[in-house]
Design a protein around this ligand. Structure first.
Ligand SMILES: [Mg+2]
Length: 274
């Protein structure tokens, strides 16, 4: 049995406020020693995820910008990926739109809805809004497929949804921002594609774990065998209706760590029982 772990980053593996994952070290160490693929599934951009992977010394496939694209590093376990397009140093399965198309729509509605996308904000403004360093904010601004935005009056989102839909777009929400994304993408769709590529290449049964904390994680949690929801920092949970949902005790990296250790322990006991 092969285990795959799909994880959201902000507010899940990384703490909401300080973006630290220090408390997740014991679980990360177990994942590393058992060579379990840890697949970041985030609204973050490719450059942001690459920086984090390199810092954590992880070389695994990842899903960027809310399921807009699945990136498989070149020569990853000698996988053959029929669906993808070579874009050095990856094979990429793209589900989302081009960023220029998203921006074009953004520009057409931003005055009417009083909204600001990352493309309208300076690096300094993004750093201030997110608590990221200027270097990190610069990478967050290097969008390829989707646009995070703030809207002055959140009750107007309802009015914006059908207008976006008429242009093939939809709106999802993460911990800090709304995101304007293609309606052909979501984290769940990308997770299923990724899982299929693994199954086809390694054969046998794969068991998938998913961890997330926000509305934009729902489709991912619906698409895995073991869905784990983390609480927000105030202890409340996103409203999600999945029958086998596991709720973590603590938010961020601490909750992530405990949840992963529990899953590994339970799977171990089950395989010993057999
Ligand atoms: Mg999150």
């Amino acid at each position: 049995m092969d285990l795959l772990v799909f994880t959201d980053l902000d507010g899940t593996l990384l703490n909401h406020k300080d973006y630290s994952y220090e408390a997740a070290h014991p679980a990360l160490e177990k994942i590393r020693s058992r060579q379990i693929p840890l697949i970041f599934t985030s609204s973050k951009t490719r450059p942001e995820i690459e920086a984090l992977q390199s810092y954590m010394q992880i070389r695994e496939p990842f899903i960027a910008e809310n399921g807009a694209a699945v990136f498989f590093p070149d020569n990853y376990l000698n996988f053959k990926i029929d669906a993808g397009i070579r874009r050095f140093p990856y094979t990429v399965v793209q589900l989302g739109s081009e960023y220029s198309e998203i921006r074009q729509f953004m520009r057409s509605i931003k005055d009417r809805f009083n909204l600001k996308g990352f493309g309208d904000l300076s690096v300094e403004e993004i750093a201030l809004l997110t608590g990221l360093t200027p270097e990190q904010a610069l990478m967050a601004r290097q969008r390829e497929f989707t646009e995070p935005f703030l809207i002055e009056d959140e009750s107007m989102i309802e009015e914006l949804v059908p207008i976006a839909a008429s242009q093939g777009l939809k709106i999802t929400s993460g911990g800090r921002f709304f995101h304007l994304i293609s309606n052909r993408q979501d984290k769940g769709f990308a997770v299923r594609i990724c899982k299929e590529i693994f199954s086809r290449n390694i054969g046998g049964k794969t068991v998938t774990v998913g961890l997330g904390d926000s509305a934009n994680d729902i489709t991912m949690l619906e698409s895995v065998d073991i869905p784990i929801l983390l609480p927000r920092i105030d202890g409340s949970f996103e409203e999600i209706d999945i029958h086998n949902l596991i709720k973590a005790d603590k938010p961020g990296s601490r909750g992530w760590n405990d949840a992963i250790l529990n899953v590994l322990k339970n799977l171990n006991e089950r395989s010993i029982d057999r």
